[in-house]
Design a protein. Structure first.
Ligand SMILES: Nc1ncnc2c1ncn2[C@@H]1O[C@H](COP(=O)(O)OP(=O)(O)OP(=O)(O)O)[C@@H](O)[C@H]1O
Ligand SMILES: [Mg+2]
Length: 238
């Protein structure tokens, strides 16, 4: 987790100015899609405009949740089965929401989060084949109203994503999720696209095979538009 606080102001500045509370953007997509890269570029662009930007990630993002992240990504929770794994993800998310995300939004910051509940829906719900009612209940309790204003789904052919992830990692060993089969990653890609089709108000899909700068320009434009539309809605309700 890192904080970019160019001026330490409590109100939103730059493109985010005029919003009555913070703005919450999540980035989703498969391994190596470019989530971390795009979050860094958007954070820089928004901070340059004077917004307070909080960059965070899942699983993790708060001290309690980072401890759970280690258990999850090392594979130590795998023998406990997918239900227990989903509960651990939910516990980490709940801590992250209450300790980091909600306070930041309350201060008026723009929060950029690397993976959020859509990853749980896809990884545990779809490819973990958990009961959808159980997953929906877990999600509701965990986020407790902290719904993303915008979700950017970076869409990539899993083979290309995994190639990038392996190239970046070098000699380090793959984590628990990178090790799974390409077929599994393809099902996840479809599941992310399915979420975008069901929730077009919140989700935007971007072709992540493009060069990073082209994607960054699209992300900035989409974020700007989403903030403008929230600002207009807020103005009507004042
Ligand atoms: N649009 C792009 N085109 C080519 N390479 C890219 C692009 N975006 C990112 N990369 C490179 O691919 C690798 C993975 O990118 P990044 O870490 O941003 O992806 P990620 O979605 O965060 O991956 P992970 O799910 O493993 O965290 C990095 O080496 C990065 O420099
Ligand atoms: Mg990443």
């Amino acid at each position: 987790m890192s904080f970019v606080r160019p001026h330490g102001r409590a109100t939103l500045q730059g493109w985010a100015s005029g919003l009555t509370r913070g703005f919450f953007i999540t980035f989703e997509g498969g391994e190596g899609a470019g989530k971390s890269t795009q979050i860094r570029l958007l954070a820089e662009a928004l901070a340059a405009e004077g917004s307070e930007v909080v960059v965070t990630r899942e699983p993790g993002g708060s001290p309690g949740a980072e401890a759970v992240r280690h258990v999850l990504l090392s594979g130590a929770a795998e023998p406990l089965g997918p239900t227990m794994e989903a509960i651990l993800f939910a516990a980490a998310r709940s801590d992250h929401v209450e300790q980091v995300i909600r306070p930041a939004l309350g201060r008026g910051a723009v929060v950029l989060c690397d993976r959020f509940f859509d990853s749980s829906r896809v990884y545990q719900g779809v490819t973990g084949e958990l009961d959808s009612n159980f997953m929906a209940a877990l999600e509701r309790v965990t986020i407790n109203g902290a719904m993303p204003d915008l979700t950017i789904i970076l869409d990539i052919d899993p083979q290309e994503g995994l190639r990038r992830a392996v190239a970046r990692r070098g000699e380090e060993s793959a984590d628990r999720f990178e090790k799974e089969t390409v077929d599994m990653h393809r099902r996840r890609r479809e599941a992310f696209l399915d979420i975008a089709r069901r929730e077009p108000e919140r989700c935007v899909v971007i072709d992540a095979s493009l060069p990073p700068e082209e994607i960054a320009a699209q992300v900035l434009e989409i974020a700007r538009r989403a903030m403008n539309s929230r600002r207009e809605k807020d103005a009507k309700h004042v």
